[in-house]
Design a protein around this ligand. Structure first.
Ligand SMILES: [Zn+2]
Length: 379
């Protein structure tokens, strides 16, 4: 019997690893592929048959080689990313896993599709969307739609919305406390340039507008965090900086898209899970990439990086949601962007203005901190 071990494979493939735990055995012999002695060992024939079931869930074997078709090895190595980075004998291992089943290099497999073109989208969906938003056309609602390959963003967003986003709806109850931090310019004086008041901690007015991951310059949303620590970390503070922390309480029920829940769709794209869905696989990458992008720190000189996420936010806003909740990439808590702006009176009643953030939240208190960083010498 030939065996391989759990350490041969990408540790992130959960369903796959739980199969190995259930069907493998312990032994301190060295693994012939990855040389580990610690992994759970498993008979390559048993594991090969399990992998084949997964591949059959997502791919059709057309029986003949053709342009654009994939081999078993190509699927496992490039699409599923099944092997541990350090395992350099992945090709030999694949051949042994499939020894009794088939040739792992014949390119006869094709992804099961909902419709023509989905295969391409699955691996390019976010990249294409982002590229088009930045460099092709930015304002999709002003452009005639459906011109071939070039302007499919509205259709695609509609599909993402119908398939996943509308299921991520969440209500934030009135009385929920949320926090907002603002770094104070070192030249500013309290009493002259800012104060411990609403105007200093609420969303910026249009004169002080800056683009963010979800808002273009000029459209100021109300960004808040679940707790003080997360709000502070979002500010990316340096030593000696001063910061205001505002504590707010929501005053009405608010409906948001909860992007922190998108990992419920991870199972849907795991070919080793019984919950695998070809349709979801197309959108999951999009959801994940958006989550990564909105979590990145703001870099004011690179505003073009925000265009794609801003468009998605505006699209969600169009469905009448109050905001988007998402995981902070720096803190342990979540952040929420509410599509509400500063508390100002519009210059003219003829203009559209964002609803005021004071319609949805009240300020409980504002405090000022100075950041001190202590250094400890490690001996
Ligand atoms: Zn191994």
């Amino acid at each position: 019997m030939k065996f391989c071990c759990s350490d041969c494979f990408n540790p992130k493939r959960d369903t796959f690893h739980s199969f190995i735990r259930k069907n493998g055995f312990a032994s301190d012999e060295e693994c012939p592929y990855c040389k580990s002695t610690k992994g759970t060992k498993i008979d390559v024939d048993i594991l090969g048959r399990f992998i084949k079931t997964g591949i059959d869930r997502a791919y059709d074997d057309t029986g003949s080689e053709a342009e654009g078709h994939l081999s078993i090895f190509g699927i496992l190595n490039d699409r599923v990313i099944l092997f541990e980075w350090e395992n350099h004998r992945e090709h030999e291992l694949t051949k042994d896993l499939f020894e009794k089943i088939e040739d792992v290099d014949r390119k006869t497999y094709k992804l099961k599709l909902e419709s023509e073109g989905d295969d391409e989208e699955q691996y390019r969906i976010w990249r294409n969307f982002e590229h088009d938003c930045k460099y092709f056309n930015r304002f999709f609602d002003l452009t005639p739609r459906g011109s071939g390959k070039t302007n499919r963003r509205t259709d695609m967003l509609a599909k993402v919305y119908d398939t996943c986003l509308k299921n991520l709806k969440e209500e934030i109850e009135p009385g929920t406390e949320l926090f907002r931090a603002r770094v104070i310019d070192s030249k500013f004086k309290r009493g002259r340039d800012y104060d411990l008041d609403e105007a200093s901690i609420g969303p910026a007015d249009k004169l002080n507008s800056q683009a963010g991951r979800m808002n273009p310059e000029g459209i100021n949303y109300f960004y808040v965090a679940e707790d003080e620590a997360t709000a502070l970390k979002e500010g990316r503070l340096r030593a000696n900086e001063r910061v205001l922390i505002g504590r707010f309480k929501t005053i009405k029920k608010l409906t948001v898209i909860d992007w922190t829940k998108v990992n419920i769709y991870e199972k849907a794209v795991d070919i080793f899970s019984e919950k695998y869905s070809p349709k979801m696989a197309v959108y999951q990458d999009f959801l994940r990439r958006f989550a990564i992008e909105v979590g990145k720190p703001n870099e004011t000189e690179k505003q073009i990086e925000y265009v794609a996420t801003q468009l998605v936010a505006e699209y969600v806003r169009g469905y009448g949601f109050d905001g988007i909740k998402y995981d902070s990439s720096v803190g342990d808590g979540f952040d929420v962007v509410f599509f509400y702006g500063p508390d100002i009176t519009p210059e003219s009643g003829d203009f559209n203005v964002l609803p005021k953030y004071t319609d949805i939240a009240e300020l409980i208190d504002v405090r000022e901190f100075k950041i001190k960083i202590e250094y400890f010498l490690e001996t």
